[in-house]
Every structure is written in C-alpha cells, then in structure tokens.
Ligand binder design. Structure first.
Ligand code: ARG
Length: 285
C-alpha cells in the first residue's frame, strides 16, 4: 500500500484510495471510456526538471515532490505523515521520465531528514507540506534536474494565482478517477485556478483555508499518486511553484476541484528551513 492511501483513512472525501501502484502499473490498459494525471499527456522530465518521485524501493513510486535546491525537496505532508508518525521515504528519484529503468538515467538519493509543517491534522484542513533534506546534494548542472522558484506572497498579491490563471500539474499518479491505471511515463496537464470561495462552495462540508488553492478543468485533474508534486504557473516566461498536490473528491469530477497546498503561504517557513546552511556541500580543494 502506498502512502497516498493515508489520507483515505482520515477522510473518505480525500479520494485517495489504497490502490497499489506496482500491481497495476504494468498490466493495466486504459479503457477508451476512461479519461486519461487524468486528461493529460506524456511529458519529459526536461520539461519539468523539478519533478521528483518519492519511492519505497527503486521504481516503487508513491508520491511526487519538487526540487527547491540541491539539498531540499518540497512534498505533501500526507505523503510522509501517517497518523502522526513521520515516515522517511526510502528514495527520491530526480531526473527521470519513466519509472521503469530509471536507475540508468536518474539521480537517486536517500532522505536524511523530514521536516513537517506544524499543526497538520488532515489534508482537508491544509498545512499539507513537508520538506525532505537529501542525504547528498543533487547535481543541478544538467537539463533534467533543476530547482524551481517558489511563488511568493508578493506574487500572490500581484495575481499569480488569480481565478482563471492556467496552471500545470505533473506526476505519475493515476490516469483515471477510479485510480486503477498508473502510467510509467510522467504525465502533464493544464488546469485553471479557482478562487477559494469557489472551492469552498464545492466542498461545503470542509473549511477551505487560505493556505489551500483549487484548480479544475473539464476532464483534467491530478489524481492519486500525484500528491506532493508540483502545480506551476508561468511568471515572466519562467515556471514558479504555486501549489503542491494535496487532495480532492475523486479526480476530474466536475463538481469537485483538485486541491493544492498554496506554496506562498509557506514562504517564510520554507525559507527558514532550507536556507539554514544545511549539510556542507563545498567541494574540497
Ligand atoms: N491525495 C492524493 C494523493 O495522495 C491526491 C489527490 C488529488 N486529487 C485530485 N482530485 N486532484 O496522491
């Protein structure tokens, strides 16, 4: 069972079913009637070089993440917090397009430290972010592994996440809302950002906080297994990270948007953790 199943034990509304990626990835074919992330297309890691895969064993993907710098990954807290127990992912795989045969092309790291945002209860209540410090720095000099800048509070004030802005989400999560078909190849899809008041109307039973961000487009969404991964928008021609895949009722359900952690809300917390000097990375003379 993958850790993106955790949220379902907390709330059925989270729509994170306990499907096992390994069992389905190889054999499943997508039925013509299913919508393929959902509604996306094959991507290359060079187009989203900040995307990483969190894995239990090499190739066994359970969540996404984003490269913030050579030592730090941002992911969803529910990917690493199992009812209050913090679980280190075994591996972080960067620079890969496909999960199969990734060791030949990617940069695989273990995790030295997990830092969770304080006060997290469950995905529906926000605070769904965590930081992973890698055991050894990534090499960011190539085309396939790069850091992504974070959207700031100033970007938010300038409208970077206004309703109607087109954002991009990527991941190796489920291809369909039923959550039983998983891709080997990274998927990408563009979705429109919604206001928090629209999200609140859709999720009347929840309290959507200011640290959450909603996105939806017909037939398109992130889905189970995409959690922790990046939601980005263009800012002056460069992609910046505005969201972290968090939760949703089903996937690409026209009544329910996908929900993301709003990255700018965590600006100062992230900065205080990842700019702490970290492990020494200076090259020896
Ligand atoms: N909770 C899921 C995960 O852990 C993400 C679900 C996103 N759902 C959505 N409809 N956008 O992978």
């Amino acid at each position: 069972m993958r850790r993106w199943a955790i949220a379902s034990t907390i709330s059925l509304l989270a729509g994170c079913g306990p499907e096992a990626v390994e069992q389905t990835r190889e054999q499943e074919t997508v039925l013509a009637s299913d919508q393929e992330i959902v509604g996306g297309t094959d991507a290359t890691i060079a187009a989203s070089p900040w995307q990483v895969s969190l894995q239990d064993s090499p190739g066994s993907h359970f969540c996404g993440g984003s490269v913030l710098n050579e030592n730090w990954i941002l992911t969803a807290q529910h990917c690493v917090n199992e009812n209050g127990t913090i679980i280190k992912p075994e591996w972080v795989a960067a620079g890969i397009t496909t999960l199969n045969g990734m060791s030949s092309s990617g940069q695989i790291r273990s995790v030295a430290e997990v830092i969770v945002y304080p006060g997290y209860v469950d995905v529906n209540q926000g605070k769904d972010v965590a930081l992973l410090r890698l055991s050894a720095p990534l090499d960011l000099s190539g085309a396939n592994v790069k850091a992504i800048p974070l959207a700031t509070a100033a970007d938010e004030a300038a409208g970077i996440t206004n309703a109607g802005v087109v954002a991009r989400v990527t991941g190796w999560g489920a291809l369909t809302g039923s959550g039983n078909a998983f891709p080997d190849t990274l998927q990408t899809v563009d979705v429109s950002l919604l206001s928090n008041s629209s999200a609140q109307s859709a999720y009347a039973g929840d309290t959507i906080g200011s640290d959450q961000l909603a996105a939806a487009s017909p037939g398109k969404d992130s889905c189970q297994g995409d959690s922790g991964g990046p939601l980005t928008v263009l800012k002056n021609g460069t992609r910046v990270l505005v969201g972290v895949v968090s939760w949703g009722e089903g996937c690409a359900d026209s009544h329910y948007p996908g929900m993301y952690a709003r990255v700018a809300s965590f600006e100062s917390w992230i900065a205080s953790k990842i700019n702490d000097g970290g492990p020494l990375t200076a090259t020896l003379p």
